[in-house]
Design a protein around this ligand. Structure first.
Ligand code: GLU
Length: 420
C-alpha cells in the first residue's frame, strides 16, 4: 500500500505518539520488536455506565483506561473528564505517561483514563456519581500495585477522594495508595496540588539559566488557567516574571505592561476572566503568537501546529499541557532555535509528587512540604540536565532526547524481564 504523503498534518495523538517513539528509537537503534511493543498500549478497557442525573433521567457515560507498559513498574497516570475525550487520545496520553515517568526515573509505566463528560455542566452530586461509577467500572484493573490514577484535565482532589473511597469500599479495606492527588486529610501529599506547575517552573528556570537569560522581567503568556496554568502564573510572578497574557476555554486577555494576577484569579473564581476589560481581550489563538520570552501551553493537545509554529516569537516553550505541539511544528521550532521543553519533562512534576504521595501512603508516614518540594527540585533538575546534555550530544531537540532516555530505561526493563 502506498504511504500517504503528509501534506495535511495528522492530528491523531496516538499516531503522533507513535511517530515520536519511532524517531527516538531510530537514533538509539533499538530493535524493531522493542518498538513494536511500545507502539501499542498493553491493555485498554472501554466501559459504559449509567448514572442518574439530577433531573431524574438516566444518562449513559463512556470512559476508557489505557495501560501502556508495565515493564518498569505499575502503570500510573491521570483521569480526564472532558467532552472531547477519545480512545486514541487516552491511548496516546498513556504512552506519554510511560515516557514521562522514564524521564524522571520513576518506577512506573504509563496509564491514563478518560470519561466523555462536561463537568462544567454537572452538579456536584452528578460529578460524584459519575466519579464513583467510573471507578466501579474500572476497579478490577487498578490498584496500588497495578495501576494508580490521579487528576488530569477537569478532575480534582475531591474526585480522587470519591474514587479512593469507592475502591476502598469495593475491596473492604482502606486503600489510599490506589490513587494520588487526594485531599490531604485522606492521604494526599503536601505540595501535590502545585507540583505540576512547580516542576514546570523549575524547568523554565533551568532553561533560562542555560540560555543566559534573567528570570526577573521575563515576559510570559499562558494558555489555560486550570491547575497547571494558574499556579504556574502565580509562581512565575513570584519569581519576578511579567505575566502579560492568559487564557481559558472562554477566551484570552493581554496587557503588554503585565496583568494584575490577583484580579484575574478573582474573576476566574467568581465570574469570567474576559471581564478583565474589553480593551484587553484578544483572539484566543493570538496568545500563542505574542512577542514574549516564555510561552506556556497549559490546556490541551495540538495547539502548536505547522499552521502557527513559524509565527511563534517566544524563545522558550514550556509544555505544561500534554501533547500541545505536533511533530511538524516541532521541526519548525527546532529550525528557528526555539527551546521547547517537552511535556514529558516540563509537566513531570505532577507525577513525581504523585509518586511521593504513593510512597507516603505505602509507608503510612508523611513528609513536610519542604521535603516534598526539595525532592521535586532535585528530580526536575537532574532530569533537565540529563535531557539537555543528551540533546546537545545528538544535536537533536529536547523532546527526542527525553524520549531516548525513557526508551532506554523501558527497553532495559523489558530485556531484564525477558520480554525481548
Ligand atoms: N495527569 C498528570 C499528568 O499528565 C498527573 C499524573 C499523575 O500524577 O499520575 O502527568
Amino acid at each position: 500500500m502506498l504511504e500517504t504523503t503528509v501534506t495535511e498534518e495528522n492530528l491523531n495523538p496516538f499516531k503522533i505518539a507513535q511517530r515520536q517513539i519511532e524517531k527516538a528509537a531510530s537514533l538509539l537503534q533499538l530493535p524493531e520488536e522493542v518498538v513494536e511493543i511500545l507502539k501499542q498500549p498493553k491493555r485498554v478497557l472501554s466501559v459504559t455506565f449509567p448514572v442518574k442525573m439530577d433531573n431524574g433521567k438516566v444518562k449513559v457515560f463512556e470512559g476508557y483506561r489505557s495501560q501502556h507498559n508495565d515493564a518498569v513498574g505499575p502503570t500510573k497516570g491521570g483521569i480526564r473528564f472532558h467532552p472531547d475525550v477519545t480512545l486514541d487520545e487516552v491511548k496516546a496520553l498513556s504512552m506519554w505517561m510511560s515516557f514521562k515517568c522514564g524521564v524522571v526515573g520513576l518506577p512506573y509505566g504509563g496509564g491514563k483514563g478518560g470519561v466523555i463528560c462536561d463537568p462544567r455542566e454537572m452538579s456536584k452530586g452528578e460529578l460524584e456519581r459519575v466519579s464513583r461509577a467510573f471507578m466501579e467500572a474500572i476497579h478490577e484493573i487498578v490498584g496500588p500495585e497495578k495501576d494508580i490514577p490521579a487528576p488530569d484535565v477537569y478532575t480534582t482532589p475531591q474526585i480522587m477522594g470519591w474514587m479512593m473511597d469507592t475502591y476502598s469500599r469495593l475491596r473492604g479495606h482502606n486503600s489510599p495508595g490506589v490513587i494520588t492527588g487526594k485531599p490531604l486529610i485522606i492521604g494526599g501529599s503536601k505540595g501535590r496540588n502545585e507540583a505540576t506547575a512547580r516542576g514546570c517552573v523549575f524547568a523554565i528556570q533551568d532553561a533560562l539559566h542555560d540560555m543566559g537569560k534573567a528570570t526577573e522581567g521575563a515576559t510570559v503568556a499562558i494558555q489555560g488557567f486550570g491547575n497547571a496554568g494558574r499556579i504556574a502564573a502565580r509562581l512565575l510572578a513570584e519569581l519576578g516574571c511579567n505575566i502579560v497574557a492568559v487564557s481559558d476555554s472562554r477566551g484570552a486577555i493581554y496587557d503588554p505592561e503585565g496583568l494584575d494576577l490577583a484580579k484575574v484569579e478573582r474573576l476566574k473564581d467568581h465570574s469570567n476572566i474576559l471581564e478583565y476589560g474589553d480593551s484587553h481581550i484578544i483572539p484566543a489563538n493570538q496568545l500563542l503568537e505574542l512577542d514574549v520570552d516564555i510561552l506556556v501551553p497549559a490546556a490541551l493537545e495540538n495547539v502548536i501546529t505547522s499552521h502557527n509554529a513559524s509565527q511563534i516569537k517566544a524563545s522558550i516553550i514550556a509544555e505544561a499541557a500534554n501533547g500541545p505541539t505536533t511533530p511538524e511544528a516541532d521541526a519548525i521550532l527546532f529550525e528557528k532555535g526555539v527551546k521547547v521543553i517537552p511535556d514529558i519533562l516540563a509537566n513531570a512534576g505532577g507525577v513525581t509528587v504523585s509518586y511521593f504521595e504513593w510512597v507516603q501512603n505505602l509507608m503510612n508516614y508523611y513528609w513536610s512540604e519542604e521535603e516534598v518540594n526539595g525532592k521535586l527540585k532535585v528530580a526536575m533538575s537532574d532530569a533537565y540536565r540529563a535531557v539537555q546534555s543528551l540533546a546537545t550530544r545528538y544535536k537533536t531537540d529536547l523532546r527526542t532526547a527525553a524520549y531516548m532516555i525513557s526508551l532506554e530505561r523501558i527497553s532495559k526493563a523489558m530485556e531484564a524481564r525477558g520480554w525481548v
